[in-house]
Design a protein around this ligand. Sequence first.
Ligand SMILES: NC(=O)c1ccc[n+]([C@@H]2O[C@H](COP(=O)([O-])OP(=O)(O)OC[C@H]3O[C@@H](n4cnc5c(N)ncnc54)[C@H](O)[C@@H]3O)[C@@H](O)[C@H]2O)c1
Length: 434
Amino acid sequence: MAAKNEPIGVIGVGWVGLVTAACFAELGHPVFARDIVAEKVDALRRGEATIHEPGLDELLARNAERLTFTTDLQEVLDAARLLFVCVDTPPTHSGDADLSRVSTVVEELGGESDHVLIMKSTVPAGTGAAIKRDHPGAYVSCPEFLKEGSAVEDFMHPDRVVVGADPGDEEAGSAVAGLYAPLGGELVQTDVTSAEMIKLGSNAFLAAKISFINEIANVCEEVGADVRDVARGVGLDDRIGPKFLQAGLGWGGSCFSKDVSALKQLAANSGYHFQLLNAVIEVNELQKRRVIKKLTNRVGSLAGRRVALLGLSFKPNTDDMRGATSLVLAARLEGEGAIVRAFDPVAMDRAAEEMPKVEMCDSALAALDGADAAVLVTEWPEFAELDWGDAAKRMARPLLVDGRNFLDAGALRGAGFEYEGIGREVEASEAVAD
Ligand SMILES: NC(=O)c1ccc[n+]([C@@H]2O[C@H](COP(=O)([O-])OP(=O)(O)OC[C@H]3O[C@@H](n4cnc5c(N)ncnc54)[C@H](O)[C@@H]3O)[C@@H](O)[C@H]2O)c1
């Protein structure tokens, strides 16, 4: 078992790598973390968190002395035997995972055998076996399941820890399992390929669950049912469970789309047509766009209309804009000729780079000022606290599509809003303008 003061190396200091580094430091390990982006490393050395994640700032401050950030891989190799690889694995144009950053790390190790390579990046099943052909040292697959927005909490209290090691690497697998032992969570020890499949299978299932409830929501709208009640009744079946049954605007983020696509391509490359995943992906794409129809049903053409987007990050409690539904919505609204204004509590700087035509506002009320319609895109808790009576007075037309079924429909209607959620009774709209 790895000792509490066993040094840890982390390669790639993004969402996963930074949380991994900070949490292992919190557990008492000296951590040596390397990234290739010098500005990121400089900011972290100054004690500035490079991402917004609840609890992370405190961990970084409390464990500053145990954390070394560097651009120099050799510094990490000299200090730590166990190397957690946390580099990004974005999709290629073909939908396969781009493993070039992972390959670079393996090349940089130069065929040495002293270090244990522990893969946290999400990679297609079979990647570990391929890496083992070039890396003579021990190799362990240890997929990450943290959720952005509660990443520190998830790391510290895992529901399971998956450790995949092939014959010959059992000792390395036990060392990795030992690092996680203080955290609890059920240990799942497998071979490398099975560990890789567990990660892909988990994300594909979660994505399928979201697309499933969104399709149920769309049927609810047709038949006059309320998807929130339906989801509650369905989710109380303990074979199904209540989580990931919240209908809305579909999933966003960097992981689900790329991992579902990577699994689909992996299956196809292996000669299997994974039909279900095609539908899961398509439903999600269409779900984001349904908002446009909800708006035009009420206001007619969106050309020249001012539409406010509340919330831009792909989910609350993060400033991550990767794969955010707001990106699709802003582009579609602009395509319809709308003037888009927006507010997000933490993601506006990142968002402004991605959606240059959208006017970023200082507050939710400022975004709603004079708007012909608003869409709640991300369920930031502070939107529930907004003075919606004031908001209704400020808007040219107090119309809100609640893309996350987050707000109190009765209270909003009481405040003078035309309110429409997802998968719920649609109140008769006022006459379409124009
Ligand atoms: N973000 C999540 O919620 C999450 C959850 C579970 C798993 N994952 C997986 O973890 C991996 C990392 O995801 P992320 O969101 O942290 O990505 P990210 O893009 O935020 O971070 C990756 C980091 O790796 C750095 N990097 C790239 N090549 C490098 C190299 N050769 N040496 C050192 N650093 C290098 C990049 O500069 C970047 O800072 C991905 O495979 C992802 O699928 C992500």
